[in-house]
Ligand binder design. Structure first.
Ligand SMILES: Nc1nc2c(ncn2[C@@H]2O[C@H](COP(=O)(O)OP(=O)(O)OP(=O)(O)O)[C@@H](O)[C@H]2O)c(=O)[nH]1
Ligand SMILES: [Mg+2]
Length: 371
């Protein structure tokens, strides 16, 4: 139980959990992790029979991860210390683990939310928004991605390799469970109104979740929009080279720079998508996919630097040709292509330099040893 100033409720939570342990005949311990209480709740928790730990790094995720590391059990249950979850009734939550599931996630929408327990903005906007992003990114059917009551095996914990410090840990667990192929169960759990003050800040913590999810999904952030823009740009540029005009009603548009702008931004997004994937896969946030494997095996930052330099030279060469051909009657569309080559090439050189910093040298050795 992560606990930040919950003096009204922490003892009840500890007692409920201990009573469930005793009733179910399971050997276990109740751990409360404090990282900055000022209201005496750690002392109260200890008096109620909990093992109390102190974690110096602040945050919900940081406190939970500390508890996970120190826990001695084979199975772990996490839950808030604000008496919103029924710690005295954990049979249903544990049941899937008995059947070989790796992680059970509570679902408050299915289990019943007491009046006043969840603000309407969390109930109808925040939680559904984060849950639908998680469903989109993982394909996993999660009913309540923000439920704080969960159970999982020690083996699942090791495979999850959790790293975040804040409330976004709740999303990190689901995202990584899906990416590591863990078996996840959805268990209806009731949710009661909390006593004491909320520690969650809707905007700060909501943004932490969103930021984590977006960073962990470079394909949705960069690769897909980048590919769409690049293709659109090539199509528009081809039309411009053919001197085509696009007519909508009375309005005529002869694209001159639009195509090259789209290609520049699109390729930039693709380059950033690749570097983000190098970064997230070396940090274990995303799995190594075919493109990252291809990069590690056949490419490397040197290829980007060399390829970018060649594009810059081609662009400059094209400029020179245009200038020599007929400086008075410049073909603007071809000139746009030349400038596009220079900008894209220069970007590729810069991104190549960045990729050189992000590359995991050991990974390259491993890939070469395998091949
Ligand atoms: N140790 C520690 N515990 C925290 C921290 N932030 C929150 N908690 C605890 O984590 C649990 C969840 O926080 P809550 O404020 O209940 O968040 P919530 O359940 O999403 O929202 P409300 O219950 O509506 O406030 C509670 O037991 C808090 O005391 C923290 O920085 N450190
Ligand atoms: Mg709570």
């Amino acid at each position: 139980m992560p606990c930040l100033n919950e003096k009204e409720t922490v003892q009840t939570c500890v007692r409920k959990a201990l009573s469930w342990l005793e009733r179910s005949g399971r050997a276990g311990e109740v751990i409360v992790v404090d990282n900055g209480c000022t209201d005496g709740s750690p002392e109260l928790a200890a008096a109620a029979g909990a093992r109390v730990l102190f974690e110096p790094v602040p945050g919900y995720g940081s406190a939970l991860r500390r508890g996970f590391v120190e826990a001695r059990g084979e199975w772990l249950v996490m839950g808030d210390a604000d008496d919103t979850y029924a710690f005295d009734e954990l049979d249903a939550l544990i049941k899937p683990l008995e059947d070989g599931t790796d992680m059970a996630v509570g679902n408050r929408f299915a289990g019943g939310i007491a009046p006043g327990a969840m603000t309407w903005s969390h109930r109808y906007i925040g939680t559904p928004l984060i849950s639908s992003l998680l469903r989109l990114f993982t394909g996993l059917k999660v009913g309540d991605s923000q439920c704080g009551l969960r159970a999982f095996t020690r083996d699942a914990l090791q495979r999850l390799d959790l790293q975040t410090d804040g409330m976004e840990l709740a999303s990190e667990m689901i995202l990584k469970a899906a990416r590591r192929g863990l078996k996840v169960a959805d268990v209806p759990v009731p949710y009661a109104e909390r006593l004491g003050e909320a520690k969650l800040n809707t905007f700060r913590d909501g943004w932490r979740h969103l930021r984590f999810l977006l960073l962990a999904s470079p394909n949705y952030m960069f690769t897909v929009p980048g590919a769409v823009l690049t293709l659109l740009g090539i199509a528009i540029q081809a039309a411009a080279l053919g001197d085509d005009t696009i007519e909508i009603g009375d309005w005529t548009w002869q694209p001159v720079f639009a195509g090259s702008i789209f290609v520049i931004v699109g390729i930039n997004a693709l380059l950033l998508g690749l570097t983000s994937r190098l970064y997230t896969s070396s940090r274990g946030i995303t799995n190594e996919d075919a493109i990252v494997r291809f990069y590690n095996r056949y490419l490397g930052f040197e290829v980007f630097i060399a390829g970018g330099a060649i594009m810059v030279i081609l662009g400059l060469g094209l400029d020179l040709l245009l200038l020599l051909a007929d400086p008075g009657n410049l073909n603007i569309s071809i000139a746009a292509v030349a400038q596009m080559l220079i900008v894209v090439g220069a970007n590729a050189v810069l991104v190549g330099a960045l990729a050189g910093l992000l590359e995991d040298p050991d990974e390259k050795k491993r890939v070469r040893a395998r091949s």
